[in-house]
Design a protein around this ligand. Sequence first.
Ligand code: AHR
Length: 658
Amino acid sequence: MKKARLTKINSYNKWLTVFAMGCIFCVNCDAEMDSRAVLRVRADKIVARVSPLHAGLMTEEINNSFDGGLYAELLRDRAMNGGLRATDGALGSWSMVPNVRGGAGIALDLGDPISSAVPTSMRIDAQTASSTERVGIANSGFWGVPVRANTRYRLSFYAKTAEGFSGALVASIESDDGSVVYCRRNISVGSGSWNRYEANLDTSEGILPTENARLVIATEHPVTFWLALVSLFPPTWNNRPNGNRVDLMKKLAELHPKFLRFPGGGCLSGRTEDTRFDWKKTLGPLPNRAGHATPWDQWTTDGMGLLEFLEWCEDLRLEPVLGVWAGQSGSVELPAGAPLEPFVQDALSEIEYVSGDASTRWGARRAADGHPAPFKLTYVEIGNEDGKPGYSARFAQFYDAIKARYPALQMIATGRMVYKGVETLAGDRVKSRVPDILDEHYYNETKDFLAEASQYDHYDRNGPKVFVGEWATIEGSPTPNLHAALGDAAWMIGMERNSDIVIMQAYAPLFVNVNSPFMGWNTSLIGYDSLNSYGSPSYYAQVMFNEHRGDEILEAPLQVVPGLFTSVTRDSQTGSIIIKAVNTRETLCRVRIETLGTEPLAPNGMQIVLTGKTDDTNSIEHPKKIVPVESELNGVGASFEHEFPGNSISVLVLDPRK
Ligand code: AHR
């Protein structure tokens, strides 16, 4: 029955898969294969349309993705409670200045907090301070505070001093040993009770960029003072006060993503109900946000809260894909029915916060938080990788309540999970309702993705659409190498060719701070330290493919080329034909490309190629070792020969003759 539903494109690809799987690594027969290799592009046969939302982003707090990553805050443990709750010592990133105690001392103080969500402050006893021996505290950031020339850093903190003091604290950004001061500022502080202070710290010309710096706040007068919620922001994307790191946003923009799935992943569910992403606790001014432990052994400040995720969508024009907690955390699940109902209502409130106008209760709260305009919301996902027996019933409870109030919303159920070629969660767990979309996850090695690159050619076209919400070749650490990128690209080609059913897909995880001791996942797309960032070969493969997507999928059988994977689309606006190819063989692959049923092609097109040694990768030190190279493609015609280099990912653009 299933077979009868397959489209035409799928039957020829099925044949190809069987052939290719038999001899993927058969290098000896390369020459013979090449002489018969033909890619026949039927430009008059559009087999499907490329989904307009096809490629997007999946994100969560893992590997210091936000704190110490995209969220631009430069200070770690800014609320001074990380040390109490995380695993890296009582003071976390804080230390005393000078580091020889003498008559001075610092201590965490739980009395008289600035808010119930931020219960801790730092008490600094500085009775020995003088104009030649300041006393205060330093923060070394997320493994180094980054400094650049001609840059404004926005400092804010809460402070109080012992009664009777009036004077200034001195804030400075300086080298980690204090020998070089990049900028400093006196900030007058009052006495007695908490006040919030803000100051700009401006660097001048001529500073060589460094990540080996720290922030110091100190006194040069004898006094006891307290500091709480100390924050330092560099310039942010779109100048948002609680915003995102510019270099990372730029890298995301260059991926041309169409949607953002948040807040996880494992971070949606948490290890326990208490540590799930509890969206209400991530709203409003920072003193209201307590932060929470993630399932990846990292503390998050929740500075990246629900509104910040939505503003990220706004900044990059992304469709939000909102994950709502579905009653499962770790190995514990709530039963469907009355125990689950408060959380169903909570999800309805969350949807209202996102998309309700300012006259609704939660829309009004969003307006009060600074964003009166509602966000467009179309996709809501119920849970993440939820494999508990009760999921089907819980899904039904959410589905019915959400569809009753928001009939236009598309409901996503969590579907298959495959890890290293083994299905760890089956895809047909939801029997109670038919979800609009099923979210499938694949973490594989290259060989698994090559073997399964055509799996969607055979999917049922009458069932739910598919969102491949998490996928990645897990080879290379902390970011993938070229071998992984080959697997990723072959997998992407299969998803693009079938994007009538795979309507959305996103690589995961997106980010890794390469210095993080809380690295929850070995292989992530984009790496960074506090100063610099780089894209992995897999990142560049996605940039290449997403920049040249096309919107019409053309019939294009590929004959007799094991180890070569192709997809052909056309841009209906320009008429350009786009060929994506991955040659996973060591040796070059010569292919005759025939285009039938099209206007004459310009003799010169364009090619972009990503290639190198399979274990090569990019890094902070060598960010551009493997990058795409663009060049003119000569000799294009109705039938021409092209050589795809060994271990390469290519995009060919064939333009119509003017
Ligand atoms: O991407 C890392 C994790 O992998 C996600 O949090 C989870 O959904 C999956 O198991």
